[in-house]
Design a binder for this molecule. Structure first.
Ligand code: AMP
Length: 278
């Protein structure tokens, strides 16, 4: 059975003997309901470090009042089995009270990166993400921490807080793991009905379409407008489809510049995000 720590003291007690022996530690933060995307992070972390600590914490601070915090899938027993199989050494699954005890008041503000794109549609989201990730990193003090490019803006925010707060950890960002048809794996895909699941592939396909248009010399603005139309025609309600600088996330409209295409769109009651390099 996978050893599990539920509090900061339990986490530090579990880490102590490894640190005494000089063993390296990699952290893989998640919200659980694990899929192959998460397990790839664990497998890669295991190649990079002697010990892998996965965390499961559905962070209330990063959900808006009308978002899916209560409904978010929780399946800790199955997750533990998958983590053990993937080579994880320890699960850190703090209780909400362990993470945010009575009187908790300090939050980490990631600055402008946290207010564009996802941040504009989910006010306070990255304040919650930055706070919980900073806490997880300081609680575990790993050598490295592994994140997915699936949440591209989140990865940029985390790189920024580590840099600006001098947290001594190496951040590793790994490519998005996708289904055979191209849909990015996500715990939220479980919300999709079978019909919605078929439509969902339009999201990565639209990204590919827009990138192809830009690469063949089409105007970026026009390609984005057509991409939004394609999403709407398929039944999506897009929040944004943006071609942005891969570091600042400010809009890019010149094809000669490096760029990332990012999107968020709702299909029924499910909100999906995806992104690709242009
Ligand atoms: P979550 O449980 O959704 O908070 O995700 C935990 C970590 O897994 C984050 O670093 C995500 O970016 C990463 N992740 C989620 N889905 C994927 C995916 N399809 N491919 C790669 N990484 C992913």
């Amino acid at each position: 059975m996978l050893p599990t720590a539920l509090s900061v003291p339990e986490l530090r007690t579990a880490l102590f003997p490894w640190r005494e022996k000089g063993e390296s530690v990699a952290l893989v933060p998640t919200m659980g309901a694990l899929h192959k995307g998460h397990l790839t992070l664990v497998a890669e972390a295991k190649k990079a470090a002697k010990r892998v600590v996965a965390t499961i914490f559905v962070n209330p601070l990063q959900f808006g009042p009308k978002e899916d915090f209560a409904a978010y899938p929780r399946q800790i027993d199955n997750d533990k089995k998958l983590l053990a199989e993937a080579g994880c050494d320890l699960l850190y699954a703090p209780t909400a009270n362990a993470m945010y005890p009575q009187g908790f008041a300090v939050k980490v503000d990631p600055g402008p990166l946290g207010t564009v794109l996802e941040g504009a549609f989910r006010p306070g989201h990255f304040l919650g993400v930055a706070t919980v990730v900073a806490k997880l990193l300081l609680q575990a003090l790993p050598d490295a921490a592994f994140f997915g490019q699936k949440d591209y803006q989140q990865l940029l925010v985390i790189n920024r807080i580590v840099r600006d707060l001098d947290i001594p950890v190496h951040i590793v960002g790994l490519p998005t793991v996708r289904e055979a048809d191209g849909l990015a794996l996500s715990s939220r895909n479980a919300y999709l009905s079978p019909e919605e699941r078929k439509v969902a592939v339009t999201l990565p396909n639209t990204l590919k379409d827009v990138i192809a248009k830009i690469k063949s010399g089409g105007a970026i603005e026009q390609a984005l407008v057509e991409g939004l139309k394609k999403l709407e025609a398929a039944g999506f309600k897009p929040d944004y489809l943006e071609c942005a600088d891969p570091n600042s996330l400010q809009p890019v409209r010149e094809a000669s510049k490096p760029a990332r295409l990012l999107t968020a769109a709702r299909l029924g009651k499910t909100r999906l995000i995806d992104n690709m390099a242009v």
